[in-house]
Design a protein around this ligand. Structure first.
Ligand SMILES: [Zn+2]
Length: 277
């Protein structure tokens, strides 16, 4: 373990040290040796030694509990497979972000052929699963390309106007966290990331929507027609922002971050098992 990259060690006043900026951790009444130890951690790319660990166990435990330590080898590899369904500008940028972030396995499937005629702006030659996978291997040679039938740790899928509720229910039943990215004529909705048994699921969200608009189920059925997805143009700038938000959601889950509270709570009529209230 070593101090998290970018976390400064700052002196607030004599004997009083602050580590980190985003969620700072303050130490007071430190000995000169402890102050020197903390100061030496900043910017150091080697591990905290066993001797240092034994001598400064209290400080190291505090830093660890506060999320200020990271693994020494920048093998911030996230094991398991992330599956992305759909090849379009948003998912292309997202897949590249995931590959660069250190996910160990990616699976790309595109049953609807999301980009039937065109190419992804900025990525000449990319327009389907195979071409995107080639780009990803070039971007991150250590990336493992997973098959379509391997169980995913997280699955991301695209929709236009409505989520693919049947697919989402299948993932919920299999306990696979999932994130859907849904476009409409004005913008892009990303997530929230659904963690089965913990957060509201797609059905919870759908029931809540139907309570606001009783015609929603009928509209959602019509929106499930894959022909409606074809030809949806997502500007590159919007795709980049959406991919960044989706990447944050996925990496947060892979890093063990608790799901964030959502506007829609699990619905009592759903029965998906997520805690209500
Ligand atoms: Zn539910």
């Amino acid at each position: 373990m070593r101090l998290r990259s970018g976390a400064p060690v700052l002196v607030r006043e004599p004997g009083h040290i602050q580590v980190g900026l985003s969620r700072p951790l303050a130490f007071t009444d430190l000995s000169a040796e402890e102050r020197a130890f903390l100061a030496a951690l900043e910017g150091r790319r080697v591990s905290i030694s066993t001797a240092e660990r034994e001598r400064h166990i209290r400080l190291i435990d505090d830093l660890d509990r506060h999320g200020l330590l990271e693994p020494s080898h920048s093998s911030s590899v996230f094991p398991g497979v992330i599956r992305i369904q759909g090849v379009d500008p948003i998912t292309t940028w997202l897949a590249i972000g995931l590959a660069l972030a250190g996910v160990s396995g990616l699976s790309i499937v595109d049953p609807k052929r999301s980009t039937p005629h065109g190419r992804i702006p900025g990525f000449p030659g990319v327009g389907d699963e195979r071409s995107l996978l080639r780009l990803l291997k070039d971007t991150s040679p250590s990336l493992r390309i997973a098959t379509a039938d391997e169980e995913a740790r997280i699955e991301i899928f695209r929709g236009h106007g409505a989520s693919d509720l049947i697919h989402a229910r299948t993932l919920t039943a299999r306990d696979v966290p999932h994130l859907d990215i849904v476009t409409d004529e004005e913008g892009i909705d990303i997530g929230p990331l659904i963690v089965p048994g913990q957060t509201a699921c797609e059905t919870c969200l759908g029931i809540e929507k139907a309570e606001r608009d009783p015609w929603w189920p009928r509209l959602a059925l019509q929106l499930g027609d894959p022909r409606r997805d074809a030809g949806v143009v997502v500007p590159t700038s919007a795709a980049l922002v959406a991919a960044g938000i989706a990447l944050r959601e996925v990496l947060g889950n892979l890093s063990g971050r608790e799901p964030e509270s959502m506007e829609c709570r699990p619905h009592p009529a759903c029965g998906c098992g997520a805690p209500i209230g």
